[in-house]
Design a protein around this ligand. Structure first.
Ligand code: SAM
Ligand code: SF4
Length: 538
């Protein structure tokens, strides 16, 4: 699936995190950004550390440190319920506007909801025009190099605006801020940036923003050791129908290609009672769909001091009066039988399973440190399909992992056919600084990787088209999200199986669940005609 197709299939959240069709074999050399020989360190009377470099003074509260980010301590994670914005910071944003540009996955979009909530409590109003903004944050993604290139392009573009409006505060946050090389590069080459903070200290935004507004220095505060769980941050949700609910943070899997365990820290689960209370509250507010979020949701509960996993949580959420509950992303290794059994109850637990496999070849899976074999994956999928016969299955696939042979790639193609996936996110492997795979010698040329991606996409698309065709003539339940992006006269929404349906209907249906008859199946979307409103809305 390429970027455009993904946009159609997945909606807005993936639109900025394209497939790797533009990824180059990484030739980037960040070593030049580590030359701080001209930098001078100073300490003020309060013990605050400043770096003077290239004419800019930088207040360094804390810089990213990969070694610390990799460490997994045994300390208990504390849950804090006492977030508040200090009174002297509450009016800071009065009469001012903010804009947050978000890149990457749902986790980032959800973090943006929290940052928006905090900024609005400080008095700022949202704008979608950079020229009108007094504060601009780039909430970044580090998963592949092309995602990072986009952000550096945007940082460059904002330089002119900053020159015209020097009081504008430009902040970089999200996963890229957790990378040492990125922060060093910004300190040296992009001195028009005012603030850098990471994924673990979003609750510190009021303090950091105050420092950035009141001081002249660039402010850097990136925590490498993950923070605790902060429960009651203000939040401005992007929609009124569907909501994201974080159930856990971080990842301990350390797949050899992946940057996430370094940028998002160790696995920390929220307490079930906090999650259940949040979902109940969303149900009361009239939300129709909840997506539970985590990098590896199947590890939910492992760090809690009780026998409680995702299966237990889903079982409790099943009893709440809300029409749909999804979760993402699953790691096959932690998907246990109890969860399969709970999901088989159906009801508001919808029948869509996103189960990233990455490769169909056991040797590659081993090098990726995925900790399952193709056979174990297929067996798990068989169990899930048996328990949920109408479930749609989607996955993530990486081609061109270092030294992947044609035969190993063929195993991925054969697995895709065997699994008969409804759709898949497909990527060219992108080396990430600091990960084990980035140190592996790679003998696969980029044109071979691109060719494999094209061949893989062809197979994935043929299967998607056929799977969609099977729905032609059927009546499906659709949660209406809004007007179609291409044509405001058409509405679009999603089936329980997460397929996008376009149909004509009254605007009053937006946010409601309706039944539509599928009239035409396309590769990534379905066309339908509305049959009736669902009982749940009446
Ligand atoms: N936690 C999820 C899992 O393990 O399935 C995935 C989260 S990651 C944000 C989403 C997808 O990005 C992964 O499943 C993988 O296919 C892809 N990905 C991660 N690192 C990558 C890399 N270095 N190069 C290419 N694709 C990558
Ligand atoms: Fe990355 Fe997912 Fe592996 Fe964690 S489980 S390291 S997020 S690919």
């Amino acid at each position: 699936m390429n970027e455009e197709q993904r946009k159609q299939q997945q909606g807005e959240w993936t639109s900025q995190d394209a497939s790797s069709k533009n990824d180059k074999n990484s030739s980037k050399d960040y070593s030049k950004y580590f030359d701080f020989s001209k930098a001078q360190m100073e300490e003020d009377s309060n013990g605050k550390q400043y770096m003077k470099i290239g004419g800019r003074s930088i207040l360094i509260n804390e810089q990213p440190d990969y070694k610390k980010g990799k460490r997994r301590g045994k300390e208990d994670v504390e849950v804090h319920y006492n977030f508040s914005i200090p009174s002297e910071m509450q009016g800071i944003g009065a009469g001012k506007n903010y804009l947050i540009r978000t890149y990457g996955c749902q986790m980032n979009y959800h973090d943006t909801e929290n940052m928006s909530g905090i900024l609005e409590e400080m008095g700022f109003s949202e704008t979608d025009k950079a020229e009108d903004a007094d504060v601009i944050f780039l909430n970044t993604c580090a998963i592949r190099e092309n995602a990072e290139n986009k952000v550096f392009g945007e940082i460059g573009n904002l330089k002119t605006l900053k020159r015209e409006k020097p009081e504008l505060i430009l902040g970089v946050c999200g996963c890229m801020s957790q990378e040492e090389s990125v922060v060093n590069r910004i300190m040296q080459k992009h001195q028009h940036i005012d603030l850098i903070f990471g994924t673990h200290n979003i609750h510190r935004v009021p303090h950091l923003l105050k420092d950035a507004i009141q001081g002249k220095e660039m402010v850097i505060e990136v925590w490498s050791k993950e923070g605790d769980v902060v429960e009651n941050m203000p939040r401005k949700r992007a929609g009124k129908t569907q909501a994201w609910v974080n159930i856990m943070y971080g990842c301990d899997k350390f797949c050899t290609y992946c940057i996430v365990p370094y940028t998002r820290g160790k696995e920390r689960s929220r307490l079930p009672e906090d999650i259940i209370a949040e979902v109940r509250d969303l149900a009361r507010q009239g939300y129709k769909e909840i997506t539970l979020l985590g990098q590896n949701v199947n590890a939910y509960g492992k760090d809690l001091d009780r026998e409680y996993g995702l299966g237990h949580l889903m079982d409790e959420l099943h009893k709440i009066d809300i029409p749909r509950i999804r979760f993402t992303t699953s790691h096959p290794r932690d998907f246990d039988d109890h969860l399969v059994e709970v999901l088989s109850q159906g009801g508001n637990l919808v029948e869509h399973i996103h189960l990233p496999v990455q490769s169909g070849n056991n040797a590659v899976l081993k090098l990726m440190a995925r900790k399952y074999t193709r056979e174990q994956y297929v067996e798990l999928a068989r169990k899930i399909k048996e328990a949920m016969p109408h479930a749609s299955f989607t996955t993530d696939l990486i081609v061109g992992f270092p030294n992947e042979t044609e035969e190993q790639f063929q195993d991925t193609l054969s697995l895709v056919k065997e699994m008969d996936y409804d759709s898949a996110f497909t990527y060219i492997y992108s080396p990430r600084d600091g990960t084990p795979a980035a140190k592996m010698k790679d003998n696969v040329p980029m044109d071979v990787k691109k060719d494999r991606l094209a061949r893989l996409n062809k197979v994935v698309n043929e299967i998607s088209a056929r799977r969609n065709k099977e729905l032609q003539g059927q009546i499906v339940e659709v949660l209406v999200e809004g007007e179609s992006k291409k044509n405001p006269d058409i509405l679009s929404g999603r089936t329980r199986t997460n397929k996008l349906v376009n149909f004509r209907g009254p605007k009053s249906c937006i946010g409601e669940i309706v039944y539509t008859k599928i009239t035409e199946a396309k590769t990534w979307t379905l066309d339908g005609e509305m049959v009736e409103m669902a009982e749940v809305n009446k």
